[in-house]
Write a protein that binds this ligand. Structure first.
Ligand code: ADP
Length: 163
């Protein structure tokens, strides 16, 4: 059984994430989508909300599980018995940080490989940050996130505007 872990903040999950997750789920027998608490990044959605959104949009994949994690990614990988950490690459500027993280993780746990999947061209510009910015100004989210996520973003920003 080959298990991989796909770590991230997923604040919120976008079509870019889903592309990487879906492709990784075809390569590995079991894929754990590991959602980091990341309080330092001041997330818009709570950890439970992010997990619920991921579970909602990934319900058709029998080999995907969604879990919360805190601490080191390699520790989460070891706990899940994962052989690989999946990361997506969008633009050249992703590379430096991802390379640094992959080398650090290799030092920490040399038996776990980092596997990079290149984004599809049509998703290369999508990030959770861009999605939140568009949502905050009431722009169309149709090509960026699934309808369930769009609905939750609308609710969030409606509440923010009312406050
Ligand atoms: P993190 O804060 O750990 O970078 P993110 O939720 O921003 O978490 O991203 C999780 C993973 O998804 C990362 O590997 C990131 O590169 C990848 N990713 C995010 N958006 C895209 C996209 N549009 N195309 C491909 N990969 C993406």
């Amino acid at each position: 059984m080959r298990t991989a872990i796909c770590p991230g903040s997923f604040d919120p999950v976008t079509y870019g994430h889903l592309d990487i997750i879906g492709r990784a789920a075809l390569i590995f027998d079991r894929l754990i989508v590991a959602v980091s608490y990341n309080p330092g990044k001041n997330p818009l959605f709570s950890i439970d909300e992010r997990i619920q959104l991921l579970q909602g949009v990934l319900s058709n994949y029998p080999n995907i599980e969604v879990k919360a994690f805190s601490g080191l990614t390699v520790d989460a990988a070891i706990e899940c018995k994962a052989k690989a950490i999946i990361r997506g690459l969008r633009v050249v500027s992703d590379f430096e940080n991802e390379f640094r993280m992959a080398l650090t993780n290799q030092k920490l746990a040399c038996h776990i490989e980092t596997v990079f999947l290149m984004t599809k061209a049509e998703y290369s510009f999508i990030s959770s940050t861009t999605v939140k910015e568009v949502a905050s100004f009431g722009g169309s989210l149709r090509s960026l996130v699934p309808p369930l996520v769009e609905e939750k973003l609308r609710e969030k920003f409606k509440r923010c505007h009312e406050d």
